[in-house]
Design a protein around this ligand. Structure first.
Ligand code: G6P
Length: 367
């Protein structure tokens, strides 16, 4: 067992360290001569141009990659996107019009609700694309087309590397769609491809911060509640940061769209409550900083994860983690790393069974 973990204390830590490779393995087979080629998509340029709406359906962390990619597809390709939890989608008699592309995202390819959502859409004649990690899984077999995330086997219940690979697959799709539909120029695409190729080394760099994050995490082992806030893509990142933490550490945590704080959560802030704020979207910096000030005034200790150029944030934060420069649509891939490490080290510090948290399953094959 120790050998399987390759010298790491837990699979979760090992898999976090495999993220640069998972990212590279997911994008490199799809980059050819400066273009994005996704043969397995089975869609011609005409098919791509005919898409009027995208629906992304998934559970858990895979749902969070869908939330993130909503901003990417809409911002980059100008295609309206609806994101739904598979367990909700399947029972709400969804309106599936012609021209809708349904994307299901799943690490295992066996999640019961996601599989049911796929079947529901197929029975209504909608094309289903699966973004799946496990080769030959049920979703991979039943989807009209499947785009694999090449993260390799994931053992830890809390997903890290499959999540990172899903993000990459979705970025590639959004870039491809944007380019084919004339929303992204050749130069724009070339630039984004260069930025994509920098991600593995940048993720590596974020992972090298582990000692600092561990020290920071050790201050919060007795926390009762930890909050995460952000706007736009940063809200999606917050949801995943919060889920990682609560899954493995059993500390209550919630993520809020920062603008929603005033509508309830702020009443939970007490002296010393930790609020992790994510600020990677430049046009939203000011708005989120004002929310940080609000919680800090009420006694919160504020941690921020932000872009390297946003030193302004230091005025409103007690602890700052910077991420290197990347495309604004790719920031999740970097900002999630310190949050994964934080959740992991809080759990380790509390003596939790990190790889197999109580009550959770790697793959939820029953409803
Ligand atoms: C379980 C796992 C999560 C995962 C979710 C969806 O709850 O613990 O880590 O995100 O299922 O799984 P899937 O295999 O469909 O991605």
């Amino acid at each position: 067992n120790a050998a399987e973990k390759g010298g790491y204390e837990h699979f979760m830590l090992k898999e976090m360290y495999e993220q640069p490779k998972a990212i590279t393995d997911t994008f490199s087979p799809r980059l050819k001569d400066g273009k994005i080629v996704i043969e397995e998509l089975g869609m011609s340029d005409e098919d791509i141009k005919a898409v009027r709406k995208i629906m992304i359906v998934a559970c858990g962390s895979a749902y969070h990659t869908g939330m993130t990619s909503k901003y990417v597809f809409e911002g980059l390709a100008r295609i309206p996107v609806e994101v739904d939890l598979a367990s909700e989608f399947r029972y709400r008699d969804p309106i599936l019009e012609e021209g809708t592309l349904l994307i299901v995202v799943s690490q295992s390819g066996e999640t019961a609700d996601t599989l049911a959502a796929l079947r529901e859409a197929k029975s209504k004649g909608v094309r289903v694309l699966g973004i799946v990690n496990v080769v030959g899984s049920s979703i991979a077999r039943e989807a009209d087309n499947v785009m694999y995330t090449w993260a390799g086997p994931e053992i830890a219940v809390a997903t890290t590397k499959a999540y990172s690979a899903q993000l990459i697959a979705l970025y590639l799709l959004a870039m491809k769609f944007a380019h084919v539909r004339g929303e992204l120029s050749d130069e724009g695409l070339a630039e984004m491809i260069e930025e994509l190729k920098e991600l593995p080394a940048q993720v590596e760099m974020m992972l090298n911060n582990q000692n600092k994050i561990q020290k920071f995490a050790n201050r919060y082992l007795a926390a009762r509640s930890i909050f995460f806030i952000g706007r736009g893509i940063d809200y999606a990142i917050s949801l995943e940061g919060s889920l990682k933490l609560k899954e493995v550490s059993y500390i209550h945590s919630e993520a809020y769209a920062a603008g929603e704080l005033k509508h309830g959560t702020i009443s939970l802030i007490e002296e010393g409550t930790l609020v992790c704020s994510v600020l990677t979207q430049e046009e939203l910096y000011k708005k989120t900083i004002s929310n940080m000030v609000e919680v800090r005034t009420r006694g919160a200790f504020v941690m921020a994860v932000t872009n390297v150029d946003n030193t302004e944030v230091e005025k409103a934060a007690d602890y700052v983690v910077y991420i290197p420069k990347t495309n604004k649509y790719f920031t999740n891939s970097l900002a999630i790393i310190p949050l994964q490490l934080f959740g992991y080290y809080v759990a380790v510090g509390r003596g939790c069974d990190v790889d197999k948290p109580r009550n959770l399953a790697k793959s939820v094959t029953v409803e």
